[in-house]
Ligand binder design. Structure first.
Ligand SMILES: C[S@@+](CC[C@H](N)C(=O)[O-])C[C@H]1O[C@@H](n2cnc3c(N)ncnc32)[C@H](O)[C@@H]1O
Length: 306
């Protein structure tokens, strides 16, 4: 099984975390541990890293390849961060959180996981193989309108209705079970584009829905406000505009100072306290993109807790 994942925006995200040698950090998306190793390398013996991944393969890989007593591994969705950090007595004590969204290369390249429209495998798409329903099961139980809505909402695919209609027609005579069956159905509706497989958007949308990726992200961002220490850093790498918009709006909303409405007692300067300071966004360098196509669409946004 392929085990390599080339970490995206590695040095930018290490800088963004502003790592203190004795600090406590969270890697919300361990993957194959590229970023996690970078963080551990900057920590002293007193530092700690708590790493999450909802994919059991990522956790098994970490257990085999990264023996380090400063590292705590958690097999869980990162939306459980607040409850796990609370149990550990670390609320308000985390110096930085890194969230590197999306799927890892080993997930994408393992046909059995069902994420890829290029290799044939069961149409699964679950990041956490131990819970939830597969994409194939969902496509069987959902009606045409539900499928069209998911495809449109999570990828802005203009032909979502047409694709959903073709899926349901196909299912009248076949059991839709594999990635290539779905990719072929979509390819009959969407014209071939230069650098993009016709099924790219549809696969992205169904994957986001199956893993509830946007809900997960929104929940983790909200939780970061309680988890982070003063001056603690929040760094999020996203890979498409829908995710990036969520991160951007969250940071803007929590770093914008609003004057108090008239009539309230005058409190220091009449300005509401903000949770975060917006430290801006970073795009991938040309050099990185030429080495790693996956980095093409990455955007890193950084904020610090006030
Ligand atoms: C892009 S990879 C991370 C790569 C990692 N930064 C590295 O350098 O190897 C994303 C990882 O996050 C995990 N993941 C995605 N969403 C998650 C969530 N809501 N909770 C926990 N893990 C998640 C995926 O299973 C995948 O292993």
């Amino acid at each position: 099984m392929p085990e390599h994942h080339q970490s995206v925006m590695f040095s930018e995200s290490m800088c963004a975390l502003n790592i203190k040698t004795d600090g406590i950090y969270i890697d919300a998306t361990f993957g194959r541990g590229g970023h996690a190793r970078g963080i551990l390398n900057k920590l002293s013996k007193k530092g700690r890293l708590i790493a999450f991944d909802q994919d059991i393969n990522a956790i098994e890989y970490a257990n085999k390849s990264l023996a380090d007593n400063r590292l705590t591994l958690v097999h869980s969705a990162f939306s459980e961060m607040l409850s796990i950090i609370t149990k550990q007595g670390l609320i308000g004590r985390i110096d930085g959180i890194l969230i590197d969204l999306g799927v890892s290369s080993p997930q994408l390249e393992n046909a059995q996981r069902g994420f890829s429209f290029r290799v044939d495998g069961p149409l699964d798409m679950r990041m956490n193989q131990t819970t939830g329903i597969s994409a194939a099961q969902w496509l069987r139980s959902a009606n045409e309108e539900e499928i069209a809505n998911v495809i449109y909402q999570f990828s802005n695919e203009k032909k979502s209705r047409h694709i959903a209609n073709k899926i349901k027609k196909y299912q009248k005579n076949h059991v839709l079970e594999t990635t290539l069956e779905l990719a072929n159905i979509v390819s009959k509706v969407i014209k071939k584009q230069k650098n993009k497989h016709p099924a790219t958007r549809t696969f992205q949308a169904i994957r986001i829905f199956i893993n509830q990726e946007l809900k997960q992200l929104i929940s983790a961002l909200e939780q970061s406000k309680d988890i982070l220490s003063k001056n603690g850093r929040l760094s999020v790498i996203s890979f498409h505009s829908i995710e990036d918009r969520i991160v951007k709006r969250f940071i803007q909303k929590n770093s914008r100072q609003k004057p108090f409405p008239k009539g309230l007692p005058i409190i220091e300067h009449g300005i509401e306290k903000t949770y975060l300071k917006d430290l801006g966004k970073h795009l991938t360098s040309k050099a990185e993109i030429s080495n790693n196509k996956r980095a093409r669409s990455a955007i890193l946004r950084v904020a610090s807790k006030n």
